[in-house]
Write a new protein. Structure first.
Length: 202
């Protein structure tokens, strides 16, 4: 991991500002350097490459959106699992998060066009990251390991799909209703599967 310095931190903050406001599509290192008052040599010195710089900036961007950064902590709260899962969706879907969600999906699209150049990003979006954390929360609820993993992947896929619909203009109240029904069916089904397997083993 790169050593933090005041100048590196300053440049990174400016890059985060830029990608949140303008995205990353068509971004060149020289254009970015001019925008933030730096130069190619300095950015390469501190960040290694444009790809590393943009990846770090996008990861850091989430810290500006506490509802996103802390969403999964809501799974540790008290109350029914379905309510906690809906709280995660509500936190991420808050209007304040729109700039981050726009950046996230733009970055996702770019990564899918060039998987070898975005391996770290795609790994974080796969079973690592949110799916792994959700699976851990589900295991604590009594889900078997296999069911927790599958259910976590389904939940994260549901959230991402609803976020895209939200950005596309689908009314939030409709998406809340979709989320509630999907979560009930998904969680009840996986619970039943786990119970069935437990009985079959006895």
């Amino acid at each position: 991991m790169a050593v933090s310095t005041p100048e590196r931190d300053r440049l990174l903050t400016l890059v985060v500002d830029h990608v949140l406001a303008h995205g990353t599509s068509g971004l060149s290192l020289s254009g970015l350097a001019r925008t933030i008052g730096s130069n190619n040599r300095m950015l390469l010195y501190y960040f290694g490459s444009k790809e590393q710089l943009v990846d770090e900036a996008c990861r850091l961007a989430v810290d500006r959106f506490p509802r996103v950064a802390g969403a999964l902590q809501l799974l540790a709260a008290d109350g029914p699992l379905e309510d906690r899962l809906h709280a995660v969706w509500s936190a991420v879907a808050h209007p304040d998060n729109t700039p981050f969600l726009q950046l996230f999906f733009e970055r996702y699209g770019v990564a899918l066009r060039d998987p070898p150049g975005h391996t770290a990003f795609l790994e974080r979006m796969g079973i690592a990251g949110w799916p792994a954390e959700v699976a851990a929360a589900l295991r604590a609820e009594g889900f078997s390991g296999a069911d927790a993993r599958r259910c976590a992947l389904e939940l994260v896929a549901l959230w991402r799909g609803l976020q895209l619909a939200l950005l596309s203009g689908v009314p939030r109240r409709e998406l809340d209703a979709v989320h509630g029904g999907a979560v009930r069916r998904l969680v009840d089904g996986r619970r039943a599967s786990s119970r069935h397997r437990a009985v079959a083993r006895t």
